[in-house]
Structure formats: C-alpha cells, structure tokens
Write a protein that binds this ligand. Structure first.
Ligand SMILES: Nc1ncnc2c1ncn2[C@@H]1O[C@H](COP(=O)(O)OP(=O)(O)OP(=O)(O)O)[C@@H](O)[C@H]1O
Ligand SMILES: [Mg+2]
Length: 338
C-alpha cells in the first residue's frame, strides 16, 4: 500500500558522532496513531553532478505489493539503492521501519534486495550462492536456510548445475531466494520480471503476492505497464526523477484516458475534414498536412463515435488513422507535465 498524501515530516537531526543510530528520533508524525510506515521517503533528491536522478520524492509504503513504474532512466534503481542504504540522498530522508538504513545495521538486516544486475557468481550452484548470502547475514544453519528459501522460489536445492547455466527466469529466482534468506520485512526487487517468459512471470508474480499477503512490504520496479497491471498492486509512477502519479491500475488508466491524444488521419480532403472536426469541437486544434490532417483531442470516445458519420456526411475518404502518441513514453511525459 503506497500513500503519497502524507505530509513529509522534517528530516530527523543527525545523531551526535559516535552515538548509535537507535537514538535517531523518528520523524514526528502529524497523528501519533499512524503506525510507522515500513518504508518512508521524505523529500528525497539524489544528484550525480548535474544529473538529478531523483527529485524531491515523498511517499510511504505499508505491507503488500507496491509497484514502482517508470521508463528507463527514471530513477527507479537510484531510489531503491537509497532505500537499502547503498546510496545516500543528496537531500531528504529515507527510512525503513522508521530507521535510516545507512546508519542502522540492524534495520539493514530486515531488508532484502533483488538487484537489477544479473551478476551472480556464475560458477556456484544455486544452493552455494544462497548459502553465501546466508553466511553474509550471519545466520545460523546457513545450509538449511538456503535450501529452505530455494524451495520457496521453486528451485531444487540439490541441483548441482552452476547458476551460469540457468535460464533468465531461474536466475531471477536465485536472486530472489538470496534476498529472502534473512526473512526480511521489506523486499525490494529491481525489475525482477525483466526477461521472464509469461509462465515464469506468472509464477514470480504469485510469489510476490504470497509475500505481500504474509504482511511483508514488497516493492517491485518495472518499466512495463502490462507487468504492473498483472501485479494488481498500488503503483507509484516515477518519471524524470519525479513522482508523477500514484494509485491503482484503474486510477492510472483513467488518468491516461483523460490525456489529450494526437491523431493523424490520411484523407483525400484534409481541409474539409479538419474544418468539420473543429466545428463540432471534437478536435482542439487542427494541422492540415499534405496527405491528411493531424489534430489533438481530449475526448477520444466522442471522436471514435463521430469520425465515420462525419466522413460519410462530407463524402471524404478515410485512408488511414494513426494515434501519434500512444506509446508509454508519451504517457509518462503527460503525467510529469500535468
Ligand atoms: N552512479 C551514477 N552516476 C551518474 N549518473 C547516474 C548514476 N546512477 C544513475 N545515474 C543516472 O541517474 C538517472 C536515473 O538512473 P536509474 O538507474 O536510477 O534509472 P532507472 O529508472 O533504474 O532506469 P532503468 O529502467 O534503465 O533501470 C539516469 O539518468 C542515470 O544515467
Ligand atoms: Mg534501473
């Protein structure tokens, strides 16, 4: 569950040097009855030189699946790296369970990261790879724990084949097993569905659902709208480093349907058709070009109903109809510029 409506609390003061991070007071809540969110991002900006990768982003996330949707270079991985304490914000505060993951080693142990990179120790078996993760976390009985989480992701702990020989989907599951080894409360998965075939994707989504239903916070990033629709989760849309929209898939669909559409119609009489679309207030603006007419409309439904009767009435031919901005990039652009 994501909520971007909460007022961002001021960042907590830095602890005195040498003092344990436990002494960092939590951000004051406007309402003390509100539980500490599992993930809290308050006014966070991250710049790399002149590049602002994340710009003044605030949201909180509770248990269940939340998707972070955004095009390439939107700032998803940068945001996730800050959540895990792997990178420091240039401005603002990031908290996991009310604590700063960069300062609090205990809270780092409650986060599981599935990194975007496909860099595994290719020569190790899945069991050995996950065992290394268990040992890194200082867990008791790392062998048993590794076998257990491999079972959770549907992999055979007895498989001796090196992970280098695994399919993309199996490798994603090995990474997820390693992220689950410490039984984290917050699971951060960076493009875990990338490169999976439909069957593998379905299994991975079912797994995320189970984790979400068990009360964990599961944050999953993606640049594919269709993937996010299948997750059935709350969605945070990030574009150009900014939080562009939040809501469930239906809220976003409605937002997208409200945006102006640019359409090209090839016709033998662009002038007559353009003038009539303007007269009927179906088009907001018309450009007559060589073989047709280009125009913007905010009411795609009215346009769809009217175009064929209008053409018949004017006795003009419709030789082709192409939406010019139906790609996801233009949807993101619209959400950011809104
Ligand atoms: N270490 C870095 N140094 C300089 N620029 C960086 C660094 N990391 C990220 N960036 C820049 O910050 C922006 C956001 O990158 P980021 O990797 O967070 O995006 P993303 O949404 O994860 O993209 P993708 O979908 O391609 O994984 C990009 O412009 C990227 O080039
Ligand atoms: Mg990324």
């Amino acid at each position: 569950m994501a909520d971007s409506s909460l007022p961002p609390p001021p960042p907590p003061p830095a602890p005195p040097v040498g003092q344990p991070a436990d002494h960092v007071p939590p951000p004051p809540s406007a309402d003390s009855r509100i539980e500490t969110p599992l993930v809290g991002v308050y006014g966070v900006t991250k710049a790399f030189g002149d590049v602002v990768a994340v710009s003044d982003v605030s949201f909180t996330v509770g248990p269940g699946i939340t998707a972070l949707l955004g095009p390439n270079g939107a700032g998803k991985s940068t945001l996730f790296r800050m959540l895990c304490g792997l990178a420091a914000p240039s401005q603002g505060t990031v908290q996991i369970l009310g604590k700063d993951a960069r300062r609090d080693t205990a809270v780092r142990g409650r986060i599981g990261l599935v990194p975007q990179q496909d860099a595994l120790f290719d020569r190790l078996s899945a069991q050995a790879f996950v065992e290394v993760a268990a040992i890194t976390h200082g867990l008791d009985r790392p062998r048993e724990r590794a076998a257990e989480v491999l079972g959770v992701v549907d992999l055979d702990p007895g498989e001796r084949k090196p992970v280098g020989a695994y399919s993309k989907g199996m490798r994603q599951r090995v990474k997820l097993a390693a992220a689950l080894v410490n039984d984290p409360d917050v699971i951060i998965a960076d493009e875990p569905l990338n490169g999976l075939d439909p069957v593998q994707r379905k299994r991975m989504i079912a797994l995320f659902r189970e984790l979400g239903e068990s009360g964990k916070c599961v944050l999953v990033s993606s640049h594919v709208l269709d993937e996010v629709a299948r997750l059935g989760s709350d969605i945070l849309v990030i574009a150009q480093g900014r939080l562009a929209a939040t809501g469930n898939f239906h809220d976003l669909r409605a937002l997208m349907d409200d945006r102006p559409h640019r359409i090209h119609i090839a016709t033998n009489d662009p002038r007559a058709l353009g003038a009539e679309l303007l007269r009927r207030a179906i088009a907001d603006g018309v450009r007559v070009i060589e073989d047709g007419v280009e125009f913007d409309t905010t009411d795609i439904e009215a346009f769809g109903l009217a175009i064929a009767p209008v053409a018949r009435e004017l006795d003009v031919h419709l030789n082709g109809l192409v939406p010019l901005d139906d790609d996801l990039e233009s949807v993101f652009r619209y959400l950011v510029e809104r």
